[in-house]
Design a protein around this ligand. Structure first.
Ligand code: UD1
Ligand code: CA
Length: 482
């Protein structure tokens, strides 16, 4: 109210001076990820087609849309900044002195500006919104100051153990390296998702003890809270799958399989047939229409959209492309392309950036199309390359046709008008235009424009002058090779 009033009065007042946000999210991403044995920072390793860190920032945005999350960066900070740009607020942890120390670095940015904090690690990509929301709700219901998630799992995977007294009250979290044999046997683990009252947390973080490993552990705030006699609430999840922390590449592969299972299941329930979900790879942002059938070993990545009643695969890779309805694509690679309804592609076709196949186009085997428009009903059966070309309706591209679009310096355009018939093995030396209804002879090298309804043939191609010109025989005119 106050803020709105001031804005109406035209006062320029920073939002931060007036309001304390109810929630802020802190994501820890400064660690080196030593166990990945990689030059790439752990949080930039890909999972489900996007860097690990994006799973965390996506979750943060879903939980608290009003405020960008604070990401603590350190090791590989430049790479993380390059990936996330200005979508988040950054805090630098110059030296990686532990998870508690990492959160403390956010104090100047957040103290007095956010009432409650949700803290999680950037290496927990499968965490769901529902689970964290449950935790946030419990925190508000119980009044804080600290609420954390726990998970029951058979395999500890290096997680901290949740230690409780005989009455079941939480006493603290013990890291695996410091746990006694009895504590190692505990199957209630710390996935590392914390909700806390900011005003309570900040001074406590500053007084964390140094661990035997020489780090300040965030997990030790639990022990501090217990020692103070303040409430620590826990919420236990029954799904260890969502609490998979990525420390090694083995974990990464496990997370990939879990994530794939989730996504595939969602699409199957939405009416898409997956012949073999185990070999179907669908990116998180992909969309697929009902009654589409996906054959094994098919990868759909990026901002790919597939319409209804399509048949895709087997052995097909589609990236950042829009596919219409009733399209068939077999054993092909499609990147940055638009494919309209009722097109069939493949086997072994390659559509590259800017390829646009209009309704009813047929593109057969071993063809490549880049930055080109193929009008409705156009056919390109075999072994052809079309680059930087504009084709009209019902054009027939004979086997082995090539647009020679690059003169060594610049890319040049080829235009082929409606109904043109390009003979087998024609070289179209761009810039060049083949007129409406024109034909080229097999093996011709076309260096000049071909007028509509004419026939050009030979090397270099000449336009046939009159019906009596005997050099253009029927056998040298175009054959589509079908
Ligand atoms: C941590 C928890 C452990 C929990 C597990 C769950 C602590 C001390 N331990 O262990 O109880 O079961 O996660 O996955 O918190 N990071 C920084 N700065 C640092 C150190 C780490 O930003 O100085 C970040 C890392 O980038 C990573 C996260 O914090 O995203 C967790 O660090 P990691 O070293 O993976 O902790 P774990 O040993 O897995
Ligand atoms: Ca970890």
């Amino acid at each position: 109210m106050v803020r709105e009033h001031r804005i109406r009065l035209g006062l320029v007042v920073s939002r931060r001076d007036l309001l304390i946000d109810p929630w802020a999210i802190i994501i820890l991403a400064a660690g080196q990820g030593t166990r990945m044995k990689s030059r790439v920072p752990k949080v930039l390793h890909p999972l489900g087609g996007q860097p690990l860190i994006r799973h965390s920032t996506g979750l943060a945005r879903a939980l608290v849309p009003q405020r960008p999350p604070v990401v603590v960066v350190g090791h590989g900070a430049d790479g993380v900044r390059a990936e996330l740009g200005d979508e988040v607020e950054y805090v630098e942890q110059a030296q990686q002195l532990g998870t508690g120390h990492a959160v403390l670095q956010a104090r100047p940015a957040l103290e007095g500006r956010a009432a409650q904090l949700v803290i999680f690690y950037a290496d927990m990509p499968l965490l769901t919104r529902e689970t964290v929301q449950r935790l946030m709700a419990l925190h508000q219901e119980k009044g804080g100051p600290l609420t954390l998630l726990t998970v029951i799992a058979d395999e500890a995977r290096g997680f901290g153990r949740i230690v409780r007294d005989e009455a079941g009250r939480i006493l603290g979290i013990v890291e695996e390296a410091q746990a006694t044999p009895a504590q190692l046997a505990i199957n209630e683990l710390n996935p590392g998702v914390y909700v806390c009252d900011a005003a309570w947390l900040w001074p406590r973080l500053a007084s964390l003890p140094l661990s035997p490993k020489g780090e300040y552990y965030l997990t030790d705030i639990v022990g501090l809270a217990v020692a103070e006699g303040v409430g620590v609430e826990t919420c236990t999840t029954d799904d260890p799958g969502e609490c998979l922390g990525i420390n090694t590449r083995v974990h990464l592969a496990e997370a990939e399989a879990t994530l794939r299972g989730r996504i595939n299941r969602r699409w199957m329930l939405a009416g898409v047939t997956l012949l073999d979900p185990a070999t179907t790879y669908l990116g998180a942002e992909v969309e697929i229409g009902p009654d589409t059938v996906i054959y094994p070993n098919t990868h759909l990545w990026g901002k790919t959209k597939v319409g209804q009643e399509c048949i895709i695969g087997p052995n097909t890779l589609i990236r950042d492309s829009t596919i219409g309805n009733q399209v068939q694509i077999e054993c092909s690679v499609i990147e940055g392309a638009i494919v309209e309804d009722k097109v069939d592609v493949g086997p072994f076709a390659h559509l590259r950036k800017g390829a646009h196949l209009a309704t009813g186009v047929h593109m057969g085997n071993f063809g490549e199309v880049k930055n080109s428009y193929l009008g409705p009903g156009t056919k390109m059966g075999h072994f052809s390359y079309l680059g930087d070309a504009q084709l009209g309706e019902n054009v027939n591209i004979g086997a082995g046709t090539i647009t020679c679009n690059y003169d060594g310096v610049r890319k040049q355009r080829t235009v082929i008008e409606d109904g043109a018939f390009i003979g087998s093995d024609t070289m179209l030396v761009a810039p060049v235009r083949v007129g409406r209804g024109a034909k080229t002879g097999a093996g011709s090298v076309v260096t000049h424009d071909v007028p509509p309804e004419s026939l050009a043939y030979g090397v270099p191609a000449r336009v046939k002058k009159s019906p009596g010109d005997g050099s253009a025989t029927a056998s040298s005119s175009g054959q589509d090779g079908t």
